[in-house]
Write a protein that binds this ligand. Structure first.
Ligand SMILES: C[S@@+](CC[C@H](N)C(=O)[O-])C[C@H]1O[C@@H](n2cnc3c(N)ncnc32)[C@H](O)[C@@H]1O
Length: 454
């Protein structure tokens, strides 16, 4: 029986969702998970925690590296928690992501229907939405912007990040040097600046910045003038900055943004051009962080919709997928809760000259129930919910009102739970297609097409 502190030798058999390598130890094949390992590594690991079902080990020595182990390309990889799996050869990592999907959907979806994960067109510089927590050093009061180290709130100051456009590194440095107020401290709950959010379009020509503040909107009066000056200076110094915003979030939670946002300089949106479509993106409305790869997701959805369909784009955001698929639509009905996204969606349908649309603002579940009561049936329902997936109550109605469902998911575990339910409701999975929207992380985006059996 192994104990915490033991040093053992293991081989990494497979990767699991979350990024760890799974190893077996001893004749009874006791499971040991190892961080920062690569499938086929032979390792000496120290057992750092243990329960009845599995242990966790920390690498002490790489006895024989996997042939797919490479040197992480980012110098801050070990100090920063925002990427994982940089020790993997990219193509091999995609194979592992497909294996992870196969494991998760075992006994539910035939392996042949789980397709290989599609590559991201860019594996560096792919992140177009960046969320940096802010902190200040105790003595010198230097501002730090970066990412928390894995499983901690220790902030690593990120001066260079290869997975985001370099202009963001430059603007972040300007903010560190010139931001006129104190940063928030988790220890004292005092200080103003909690986070800085950047959104940049795929051609790198337009940027919006949101400063998340530890105050209510009413308390902003005394800071307003200085912020406006700072915002204008930023926009003067960087021609790409189109809008500067503040968001008021004095609550001590893990949710970065509150519902209360105010523009302090510039324009309400940035423009994103993807192929022949154009999207206005509000500072706080959702849009995929890897837009060039998101096109691959949008195309899979469009290819699987029949011409002249009545489409329900539930969780529609600023209209990204609905607008992409508009040629296939008799009518598109979009539902979205975020007010800013609803405003942008309206404008986006107009600027893309889509006329056969309807936008419903508010909680999707309420509308699903109404459609069910009205016996309104959709040829195709696009579901693209947050990580938590669809609520059971909503899903019950979706199953009744949809002939086909195209489920776009960033969390294979909640996707599994939801399609398990849909299969019971007489839907059949046509395929699951992984798309690597988040290169060098454990995250997997999937598109699952389900058809109702008659
Ligand atoms: C993963 S995003 C997808 C957005 C869009 N389909 C896209 O590709 O850009 C999920 C969206 O669902 C919205 N949302 C979350 N919960 C919701 C709810 N209960 N009802 C309606 N919309 C919701 C969010 O504001 C967000 O815009």
């Amino acid at each position: 029986m192994i104990k915490v502190g033991n040093i053992i030798e293991v081989c990494v058999e497979k990767a699991v969702y979350g990024g760890d390598g799974l190893c077996y130890f001893g004749d009874d094949k006791f499971v040991v998970f190892v961080e920062n390992s690569v499938v086929m590594d032979k390792l000496r690991v120290e057992i750092v925690s243990l329960n009845k079902r599995f242990a966790r080990g920390k690498i002490i020595e790489i006895v024989k590296p996997s042939p797919y182990r490479i040197k992480p390309f980012c110098p801050l990889y070990n100090a920063c928690g925002s990427c994982q799996a940089q020790e993997y050869d990219y193509d091999f990592l995609l194979e592992q992501k497909r294996n992870v999907l196969t494991d998760i959907f075992k006994n539910l979806v035939d392996e042949s229907k789980i397709y290989s994960v599609i590559k991201s067109p860019q594996t560096k510089c792919y992140r177009h939405k960046i969320q940096y927590p802010a902190k200040q050093t105790k003595n010198s009061k230097r501002i730090l912007l970066g990412y928390f180290k894995k499983k901690s709130h220790n902030l690593t100051n990120i001066k260079f990040c290869p997975v985001q456009p370099d202009i963001i590194n430059v603007i972040a440095e300007y903010i560190r040097k010139n931001f006129p107020f104190e940063c928030y401290s988790e220890e004292t709950s005092k200080g103003l600046l909690k986070n800085v959010l950047f959104r940049i379009n795929s051609s790198l020509s337009e940027i919006s910045i949101v400063f998340v503040l530890n105050i209510q909107k009413e308390g902003f009066k005394i800071f307003k003038k200085s912020f406006e000056k700072f915002g204008l200076n930023l926009a003067d110094d960087f021609k790409e900055i189109k809008g500067v915003f503040v968001n008021f979030n004095p609550k001590n939670t893990n949710t970065i943004l509150s519902d209360s946002t105010l523009k302090v300089a510039g324009c309400d949106y940035i423009l994103e051009h993807l192929e022949d479509k154009c999207y206005k993106l509000g500072a706080t409305s959702f849009f995929q962080i890897n837009p060039l790869c998101a096109v691959k997701v949008f195309n899979i959805v469009k290819e699987n919709i029949q011409k002249n369909s009545n489409i329900l784009d539930a969780f529609g955001g600023v209209g990204a997928i609905g607008i992409w698929a508009c040629d296939k639509a008799k009518k598109i009905t979009l539902i979205e809760q975020n007010e800013n996204a609803v405003e942008m969606a309206k404008e986006n349908f107009e600027i893309n000259r889509v006329s056969n649309y309807e936008i419903l603002s508010g909680d999707a579940k309420k509308y699903f129930l109404n459609f069910q009561k009205e016996k309104r049936i959709f040829d195709c329902t696009i579901l693209d919910p947050p990580r938590s997936g669809c609520e059971k109550e909503g899903l019950e109605s979706i199953a009744k009102i949809s002939k086909k469902i195209i489920y776009v998911s960033c969390n294979p575990q909640t996707l599994k739970r939801d399609i398990e339910y849909l299969i019971k409701e007489n839907f059949k999975v046509k395929f699951i297609q992984g798309v690597d929207l988040f290169p060098y992380t454990y995250h997997i985006e999937s598109v699952c097409v389900l058809e109702r059996q008659i």
